[in-house]
Design a protein around this ligand. Structure first.
Ligand SMILES: [Zn+2]
Ligand SMILES: [Zn+2]
Length: 330
């Protein structure tokens, strides 16, 4: 398939067949018929990550419309990789004791030395996360974690590295419940994540049941002279949401594409597939729209995860999002 064909086809489809399926809350929200629409495939999810079999039910989507959805209930902890480490505990600890941190599109390995030189990285002498004895100031109690792992970091925990202490395990028994439309709807309008649900929900889910979250509030985090590293799988823990990803780093289940396209890594909450950034030849996706998606005749409309350093999995919803909740089991 030549790339011109890929470009022209969705335009033709869009022009020839505009179908109004749902008025939603905005007057111009139209669903545009697509030649190829791939329904969500529940078999892509890892069985060990599921709390119960995936159900198909009629549910209400984020715009108020009703649609056939998959209800996917997963464990909080991924079944296909370990979580952590995040923060080294001493300035002499190497990269193997920490995760990653991102700045201006770059991914840095978080070693003790990295933490000791944050003042240089940010060109700000107020960074001071290392004590005189070489130990690193880290949120090592539940209270410290609760007060620091939020956008308005408590002043007592400024100049700390933030991670979930290993003995804080309450979140691990929670479940994630995702409601995702079976058939994604390509819409004429783009939906900002912050306009969906309470505005803090995930943008999608990996095949291991872990949430793909919107961008981490890095500006607020570093303003308090804190960092909240991700592990090498792109995830960290927050007291309310549990473990979630801010980057796709290739450590989760991937579904290879026979045509060399980037592998599939999960679903967005609107039912469109999410694929890795690079294809099998290491090439970047082309002609992505403002949501980080594009169309081809094999996959239909789909998203590509941004590079790990971009603090973004996808940019916005092209379809009508379902919902996601963290629930405590009975
Ligand atoms: Zn986060
Ligand atoms: Zn693609």
């Amino acid at each position: 398939m030549n790339s011109q064909g890929k470009l022209i086809l969705p335009l033709l489809v869009a022009l020839l067949s505009v179908v109004v399926l749902s008025t939603g809350c905005g007057p111009k929200a139209e669903t545009i018929a697509q030649k190829v629409v791939q329904p969500v495939n529940p078999e892509h999810f890892i069985a060990d990550s599921l709390v119960e079999p995936i159900k198909k039910e009629i549910r209400t989507l984020s715009d108020g419309s009703r649609a056939e959805c998959y209800v996917i209930t997963t464990r909080s902890v991924p079944s296909d990789h370990t979580i952590g480490p995040w923060v080294p505990k001493h300035v002499t600890d190497g990269e193997d004791k920490g995760g990653i941190w991102i700045k201006d599109g770059h991914v840095y390995n978080v070693s003790g030395e990295f933490i000791a030189h944050l003042d240089e990285l940010y060109d700000d002498p107020e960074w001071n996360l290392v004590r005189e004895d070489g130990s690193i100031k880290v949120t090592d109690t539940k209270e410290a974690f609760d007060l620091a792992a939020r956008p308005n970091v408590d002043p007592r925990y400024h100049n700390h590295a933030v991670e979930c202490p290993p003995d804080v395990v309450e979140w691990k028994s929670n479940h994630n419940v995702y409601v995702i439309p079976v058939n994604p709807a390509y819409r004429s309008v783009v939906t900002d994540f912050r306009k969906v649900g309470d505005g803090h929900g995930p943008v999608g889910v990996a095949f291991n049941g872990v949430k793909y979250d919107p961008p981490a509030p890095i500006h607020a985090i570093i303003k308090a002279h804190t960092i909240a590293p991700f592990d090498h799988s792109g995830g960290h823990v927050n007291p309310h949401a549990g473990y979630h990803y801010h980057a796709a780093t290739g450590n989760t289940k991937e579904i290879e594409q026979p045509d060399g396209h980037a592998p599939m890594i999960g679903y967005a909450l609107d039912g469109f597939g999410i694929y890795a950034h690079l294809d099998q030849d290491g090439k970047e996706p082309v002609d992505l729209d403002e949501c980080s998606g594009h169309y081809d005749d094999v996959r239909g409309y789909h998203y590509h995860a941004s590079p790990a350093g971009d603090n973004q999995i996808i940019a916005a919803f092209r379809g009508i999002a379902g919902s996601a909740n963290v629930v405590k089991p009975e």
